[in-house]
Design a protein around this ligand. Structure first.
Ligand SMILES: Cc1cc2nc3c(=O)[nH]c(=O)nc-3n(C[C@H](O)[C@H](O)[C@H](O)COP(=O)(O)OP(=O)(O)OC[C@H]3O[C@@H](n4cnc5c(N)ncnc54)[C@H](O)[C@@H]3O)c2cc1C
Length: 446
């Protein structure tokens, strides 16, 4: 959670340091100011460790008084920050596929895009991906990062086991099979349980997909058809700028083994098939986007919106996202629509996606099928700080949960019924709060 003062302070400082900052200090020690990917958040940790082995991770954890894992830096708030030291896991990225039990065990820092290529070469896939392939596996599963699809759980729901370093430097394993009582608390952990060194994910046989885009879907169609629309493809995303009571774009990602190669109809709930490749932000060039126009391609080049070697989204941006129970999805959209004239001037694009319910204690989709309302803001921190609480207030009647990795201001501790169990689990591996940063303290402990 970010309070308004801190948010503005951090963001203003950013503009001054963004040009010189980078996450690659050579070893533990003082480094230049460093920022997240977007440049809207400046890390406070003076030290950055970049271990290449698990033994080096253990040594770094033992040596630091306060420490937090760092992935690929794509979060928009202080969730990966520390007052003393961060441990970047990007150099620990090996891949071990087990074709007997259909799992892959990866070094925690591997990026989904790199993993996907290696998996596909060997005939395997993961069930879903986020809008971008650039993020690390451990960073994504720690914040319940998701794609879309009525039947698709978030990326953490594919985890079957983890290995991690606890606060005293000891190494631990937890698996869904052997530790069913605590495993659901250990995956979406915001880095507060320890430093994951390995993550094991379920895999399935590789599959091919197509992607088509429709333009101008009226919000009126959502009133009675939201479920039908969201289940009309393996993964569905609706984009809007909140004006004219419509979604500007509908992205349908279809599996070829589920009819995805069939010619798409010209009309989809009265939206019209796009005649050119589109970027979710209408006037951005579409080169950075994965192929559309019903071209068949591998799962990892259709599930994300953006291609690996291109800048995803806009770059100079801030993101927020809010999850409501799917059954209240349409009402939630209508509630936010009342703020359209305050939202649109500061927005690149909003997106609606669905996430299947899961059992992960701190997941935004914990025990409820969810509709996610996402906002890619222009990098205008003052305006964002004003509008986000208004959106939160509109969504409060629907027991809204904010995305852990994006900008929000609301209190989160009442939203998770297993929070005390999570704290007990964290206390077991981190009795003194070595992995607790300001973000975790504010969101989970105040
Ligand atoms: C352009 C863009 C598009 C995005 N699209 C989506 C989307 O489609 N869906 C979605 O849900 N989110 C999306 N996000 C948000 C993004 O998925 C999350 O911020 C994700 O957590 C980023 O992973 P990361 O590797 O950058 O982690 P970081 O931001 O570096 O860290 C995030 C958290 O993971 C923890 N962590 C990292 N590594 C470890 C480890 N080894 N052990 C323990 N904890 C660890 C950190 O401590 C921190 O708490 C997007 C972000 C951007 C910038």
């Amino acid at each position: 959670m970010i309070n308004k003062r801190e948010f503005l302070k951090g963001s203003a400082a950013m503009l001054a340091v963004a040009a010189t900052s980078r996450a690659g200090a050579a070893a533990a020690g003082k480094s230049a100011p460093r920022t997240n990917w977007s440049g809207n958040y400046r890390y406070h940790a003076p030290q950055l460790f970049e271990p290449s082995t698990v033994a080096e991770v253990q040594q770094a954890v033992r040596s630091a008084t306060n420490v937090h894992a760092l992935g690929s830096r794509h979060s928009f708030n202080g969730v990966a920050d520390s007052s003393v030291a961060q441990i970047s896991m990007l150099k620990i990225n090996d891949v071990q596929l087990d074709t007997q039990v259909h799992t892959v065990t990866v070094g925690a820092g591997i990026k989904y895009g790199d993993l996907a290529r290696q998996l596909d070469q060997r005939g395997y896939a993961v069930h879903n991906l986020a809008s971008l392939p650039h993020i690390s596996v451990a960073g994504a599963v720690s914040t319940a990062t998701h794609g879309s699809g009525m039947k698709n759980g978030n990326l953490s729901s594919a985890v079957t086991g983890i290995e991690f370093v606890a606060a005293d430097g000891s190494l631990h394993q937890l698996t869904r099979k052997d530790n069913p009582d605590v495993f659901p608390g250990a995956i979406v952990a915001l880095g507060a349980l320890g430093i994951m060194t390995k993550v094991t994910l379920k895999v399935e046989p590789s599959f091919q997909m197509t992607q088509v885009v429709y333009r101008n879907l009226s919000f009126s169609e959502l009133e009675h058809n939201l479920a039908a629309i969201m289940q009309s493809a393996y993964s569905v995303s609706l984009f809007t700028n909140w004006q004219d009571h419509r979604c500007n774009q509908v992205w349908l990602k279809r599996r070829v083994d589920q009819g995805g190669a069939e010619k798409p109809p010209a009309l989809f709930y009265n939206a019209t098939l796009a005649t050119r490749k589109m970027h979710p932000i209408d006037d951005h060039p579409a080169e950075a986007c994965t192929d559309q126009e019903n071209k068949i391609g591998p799962w990892y080049e259709r599930l994300p919106h953006f291609r690996m070697n291109f800048t995803p989204s806009s770059g100079e941006e801030i993101q927020s996202e809010f999850f409501v129970p799917f059954e209240h999805g349409y009402e939630a959209i209508m509630a936010v629509e009342t703020l359209r004239d305050q939202i649109t001037p500061h927005l690149y694009a909003s997106e609606f996606r669905t996430i299947a319910a899961d059992d992960l204690w701190l997941s935004m989709a914990y025990q409820r099928p969810s509709l996610a309302l996402h906002f890619t803001w222009k990098r205008e921190p003052e305006a964002v700080a004003k509008i986000v609480p208004q959106i939160e207030a509109k969504l409060a009647p629907f027991a809204v949960r904010p995305h852990w990795a994006k900008v929000f201001t609301m209190k989160t501790d009442p939203l998770y019924s297993r929070l005390n169990d999570f704290k007990a689990l964290a206390a077991k591996y981190d009795p003194q709060g070595k992995f607790r940063n300001d973000f975790v303290r504010k969101c989970l402990y105040e």
